[in-house]
Design a protein around this ligand. Structure first.
Ligand code: C2O
Ligand code: CU
Ligand code: CU
Length: 504
């Protein structure tokens, strides 16, 4: 086989080949202190001095018998994140994080996305089972001044989904600037469960950032951040630096979303108590799982209940990120990336202040929703995706099966109605949270070991250990067309760790 020069460049084998880098020159200021201080970075904000904000819930512009219609305008805006300073963000309706969209299973949502930003965008609903023309393909761009309508059928299990920018090569910078929000899908069956509801059902998105002294956001792409992913030194929850949140002395449901570009968290509670996890990426687990530490890779979600009943009014519990060792051996390779530093010190993320007594009508059922495990015998095809470093013409890149992202290439064509097993084989010293569009999958094993109960539900993102592997199984039930597979460390994704499959 003779490779073309273009193919050789893709494989990094053509000597002296230079390929144009995506808009990396576009940077806001210099890199921050990155690691010497962390938690509040150099912002001067005192931990737990700012109240948590809850993203506003977007109201439909109109509704009919089958559909809710929304409009979102992407705009440059100024937001006070650091008291006394204004930070330029890019926001859906000028808000960071974006407004929350609440949807019901079986009821369509149509969103008109208007791009008033200086760059082209694409909007992806992460975790959604969406036809390709509305899936936010990285090259199906909305140019500045243009708009595009996305239709979401919501024919899937209720889950904590989210929407974010997905423009080819620049997703990391766009999401960093603020282009992400919650999309909460519910149904009558989940509503009928006695779980905490209303004001006691709280979405929390965790993001790390670096601020320049003038309050502007700093995002640096260089060999290190492309290699390890961008890590900020300032911790934000729902866009607020190390906030406090007043909670009642009872059970509260939190929908945890790791919306960070590349940081992996390992959450613990300062009182040593466990989270009760009730859901993963694609919806409820079959049964609740008690966990004293909870690892969350970029794009992963965990629905948890925290029980504050034993916490006296007037006292607090701190949500922390640390390197505490995980109970499951197949994850032992993960710990180096779990915390803010390798020393295992815990870093404060936010504080729950138990401020009042409140009746607790909620309970956590011992069975939540049946998750039928897909038998591996059902799979008719296996594929392997090798994840590795690929230098291309001197440019720092990540590859899948030795290839860089190319919108002109499709690397797999699963048949409609079929079930497949995909192996992600990590041949690098970095973990990769691998995400598949279109479907929710199930984890078959990680490093050969069956998933823990909290990983045995529906997933769309799986953290593949360094030099390890993860196998996932999925059924391509009812949508055809082109979808993406990529690493959700956004600096990896943008530096070519992405490819396409086509359901035929
Ligand atoms: Cu959350 Cu293809 O992305
Ligand atoms: Cu996605
Ligand atoms: Cu990666």
């Amino acid at each position: 086989m003779k490779l073309s020069r273009r193919q050789l460049i893709k494989l990094g084998l053509a000597s002296g080949a230079a390929i144009a880098l995506p808009a990396e020159a576009f940077a806001w200021g210099s890199s921050g202190s990155g690691g010497t201080t962390y938690g509040n970075g150099g912002t001067g904000v005192t931990a737990f001095s700012l109240p948590l904000a809850l993203p506003s819930v977007l109201q439909p512009s109109s509704t009919d018998a089958t559909t809710d219609y929304y409009t979102l305008t992407h705009t440059v805006a100024q937001q006070q994140i650091i008291p006394g300073k204004l930070t330029t963000i890019w926001g859906y309706n000028g808000q960071y994080p974006g407004p929350t969209i609440k949807a019901r299973v079986g009821r369509k949502v149509v969103i008109n996305q208007i791009n008033n930003l200086p760059e082209s965008v694409s909007v992806h609903q992460h975790g959604g089972h969406t036809p390709p023309d509305s899936d936010g393909h990285p090259n199906a761009l909305i140019a500045p001044g243009q708009s595009r309508t996305y239709t979401y059928p919501n024919n899937q299990l209720p889950a904590t989904l989210w929407y974010h920018d997905h423009a080819a090569d620049v997703t990391g910078r766009h999401v960093y600037m603020g282009l992400a929000g919650f999309y909460l899908l519910s149904d009558d069956i989940e509503d009928a469960l006695p779980l905490p509801k209303g004001t006691n059902d709280v979405p929390l998105v965790f993001q790390d950032r670096i601020f320049n002294t003038d309050g502007s956001l700093s995002y640096t792409l260089d060999d290190r951040t492309i290699d390890e992913g961008f890590l900020g030194d300032t911790m934000l929850v729902n866009g607020v630096i190390q906030p406090y949140f007043q909670v009642p002395r009872r059970k509260v449901r939190f929908r945890l979303l790791n919306g960070s570009n590349s940081r992996i968290y390992n959450f613990t509670l300062s009182n040593g108590k466990a989270f009760t996890q009730i859901g993963s990426d694609g919806g409820l687990l079959s049964a609740p799982v008690s966990r004293t530490s909870l690892r969350l890779a970029p794009a992963e979600r965990a629905d948890v209940i925290i029980d504050f009943t034993s916490v006296p009014v007037g006292t607090s519990v701190i949500l922390q990120n640390g390197d505490s060792s995980d109970t499951y051996s197949y994850r032992s390779g993960y710990t180096a990336e779990g915390g803010w530093n390798s020393g295992g010190a815990k870093v404060d993320i936010m504080r729950f202040d138990v401020s009042r007594d409140e009746a607790d009508e909620s309970s956590i059922p011992t069975t939540l929703r049946t998750v039928a495990r897909i038998p591996t015998s059902q799979a008719t095809k296996s594929r392997t995706w090798t994840l590795a470093k690929g230098w291309s013409g001197g440019a720092n890149k990540w590859s899948i099966n030795g290839k860089l992202y190319d919108p002109a290439r499709v690397d797999a064509t699963p048949a409609l109605g079929s079930t497949e097993i995909w192996t992600f084989k990590n041949q690098s010293s970095q973990t990769h949270p691998m995400h598949i569009h279109d479907i929710q999958f199930q984890i078959v094993d990680i490093n050969g070991q069956a998933p823990a109960a909290y990983d045995a539900g529906w997933k769309d993102t799986v953290l593949v250990p360094q030099w390890g592997s993860a196998r996932v199984i999925m059924k391509f039930a009812d949508l055809t067309g082109v979808y993406m597979i990529h690493c959700h460390k956004l600096e990896h994704e943008d530096h070519a760790m992405m490819t396409q499959f086509k359901v035929v």
